[in-house]
Design a protein around this ligand. Structure first.
Ligand SMILES: Nc1ncnc2c1ncn2[C@@H]1O[C@H](COP(=O)(O)OP(=O)(O)OP(=O)(O)O)[C@@H](O)[C@H]1O
Length: 240
């Protein structure tokens, strides 16, 4: 296991949103977390990346506790997060934005090498590197955010609803890129509203409800579970 949460309680002052979360993430896998609005999916990611300090419980990453570490230390340990809201500097070029992902690296040759590798992976970035990030569509900006997260060569990447607001074709491209990142050896934890798409690429599915893990297991088996579609996913499993 690369990441293990045990009995995690965390919230925002007005009480705990996470009510004792237990979760194990296998190295090299894609895990997809789904659940109704407000179930605490994003809050789990924030607790792992250090943006939110758990009030109770343990979070172990590669055998070491993350609780109490700063987000910067957690990032430096190889754990990157791509937040739900768009986060590029729109007046900077695409390449400058990607390079920012390496701000913790002092070795200029290494930064150049990583940039080259990433531009080989994302043709969009190679072709439009000097254009302003603000000229890109929402889906393209998401690709650049993925690219930026790869600059530190993280082991684990947390993705918070990366396909939100995108049309189906762009969503497909985003999910293909998530698979590519996993094939590069990254472990992925993905929060996703679109259950079929998310579970479609995941090795492990997690259904959250009211701050707890309600069900988890093999994604195809979860999709077949009528309890999930009726009770927890608000009908989003319909094939329409
Ligand atoms: N910064 C914040 N300050 C106060 N409350 C917050 C904050 N962020 C989230 N919450 C509250 O915490 C609860 C869980 O939010 P969270 O974002 O984890 O849900 P989610 O499962 O990711 O759902 P969604 O799909 O709506 O993002 C919600 O009730 C939300 O209003």
């Amino acid at each position: 296991m690369i990441l293990e949460l045990e009995n995690v309680f965390a919230g925002y002052g007005g009480g705990d949103v996470l009510q004792g979360v237990d979760l194990k993430i296998e190295k090299g896998s894609i895990t997809c977390i789904v659940g109704p609005n407000g179930a605490g999916k994003s809050t789990i990611l924030r607790a792992v990346s250090g943006l939110l300090k758990p009030r109770q419980g343990t979070i172990i990453y590669n055998g070491k506790s993350l609780v109490g570490l700063t987000p910067r230390k957690i990032l430096a340990s190889g754990l990157a997060q791509v937040p739900q809201e768009h986060s590029l500097f729109v007046d900077m070029t695409i390449r400058e934005n990607v390079r920012l992902g390496a701000y913790l690296i002092n070795d200029k040759a290494l930064v150049r090498k990583r940039l080259q590798e990433i531009e080989a992976l994302f043709p969009l970035i190679a072709e439009r590197s000097e254009e302003k990030a603000g000229s890109l569509s929402g889906g393209q900006q998401r690709m650049v955010e993925f690219a930026r997260s790869l600059m530190l060569d993280p082991q684990l990447i947390l993705l918070d609803e990366p396909s939100m607001g995108l049309d189906p074709k762009t969503r497909k491209q985003i999910f293909e890129m998530i698979k590519v990142m996993q094939e590069l050896g990254k472990t992925i934890v993905l929060v996703e509203q679109n259950v079929r798409t998310g579970f479609g690429i995941a090795h492990h599915g997690v259904v959250m409800e009211s701050g707890r893990v309600r069900l988890e297991g093999e994604p195809a088996a979860l999709l077949d579970n009528p309890e999930i579609s009726h009770l927890y996913l608000g009908g989003t499993l319909s094939k329409a």
